[in-house]
Ligand binder design. Structure first.
Ligand code: NAD
Length: 257
């Protein structure tokens, strides 16, 4: 494991900050083994482009195909656990007075790591909702084995409770993240290509309002040029190092995951 140097003034700014917001993307879960959309898909799904499966038009065209793809992604998540990057952010949640973690991930790993002040901007793959009324459904039946199953309330097809390309983000989740970004003293942007809007606008709002913008990503992104600090390392290395540097005297026990 390669160590990373945390600038002392960054550690100090973070320690003193009372308002911190974090935006995460698929990169933070890569070390847990969840593939990013940029990684090639494997097996049966290799020939499909996720950006063509995760759309309302794909679901309208072939609901079974989309349902099966999400079922396979859910299965792939079954053996996966949060990594030290997720755990470090859960620790930060416990250490900062006014904190919000906004994630574009749908894998539920932040919550499992112990993050509490969390908005899931793109939904959660574990949940299912009605494709007509958007009501979350906990239990359903599959009469005749048909998939996707019908909504038990209205009979429309059920679909994953995630935000697809071409769809709007949940208004309340986005508004909460925007409010936090505009008043943050420090904003961390972790493992996102910062290209999917409107989430990609959040760091720009924070920067415009005077926040110190910190990027954690092994690769350059369009945000790298505007960030005040760039930690060119994997989240699982950089985030624990950042938390340890900012709060050296805090207990280091990791929350149970
Ligand atoms: P992305 O695939 O566009 O970008 C991933 C970024 O993570 C890249 O910039 C990459 O350099 C960086 N990265 C890779 N490994 C990393 C590591 N170990 N530590 C830190 N950074 C690392 O992902 P995105 O920006 O989140 O946007 C794509 C969309 O894909 C989002 O809407 C998201 O909902 C969806 N998605 C989610 C998941 C998930 O829930 N885990 C997985 C795939 C895609």
């Amino acid at each position: 494991m390669r160590a990373i140097e945390i600038p002392q003034d960054l550690a100090l700014t973070l320690r003193r900050a009372t308002r911190v917001v974090v935006l995460t993307g698929a990169g933070i879960s890569a070390e847990s083994g969840v593939p990013t959309f940029r990684d090639a898909q494997t097996g049966l799904w290799a020939k499909f482009d996720p950006r063509e499966l995760a759309t309302p038009s794909a679901f309208a065209r072939n609901p079974r195909l989309v349902w099966d793809w999400y079922a396979s992604r859910r299965e792939a998540l079954a053996g996966i656990v949060p990594n030290p990057g997720h755990v470090a952010l859960a620790r930060m949640d416990a250490l900062v007075h006014d904190f919000l973690l906004a994630t574009q991930n749908v894998d539920g790993l932040h919550e499992r790591a112990g993050s509490r002040r969390l908005v899931e901007l793109h939904g959660n793959i574990a949940r299912v909702k009605c494709s007509r009324e958007h009501r979350v459904v906990a239990k359903w039946e599959t009469p005749g084995g048909d998939l996707p199953p019908p909504c038990p309330h209205c009979g429309a097809l059920l679909r994953p409770d995630v935000v697809w390309f071409e769809e709007m983000l949940p208004e309340d989740a986005l508004a909460r993240a925007e409010r936090a970004a505009r008043r943050a003293e420090v904003m961390l942007v972790v493992g996102t290509s910062a290209e999917v809007w409107p989430a990609a606008a959040l760091p720009r709002h924070a920067k415009a309002a005077g926040a110190r913008l910190v990027e954690v990503n092994p690769e350059a992104t369009p945000l790298s040029e505007v960030a005040d600090d760039v930690l060119r390392a994997r989240a699982g290395i950089a985030l624990p190092a950042l938390v340890a540097a900012a709060w050296p005297d805090a207990p280091h026990a990791a929350p149970a995951v």
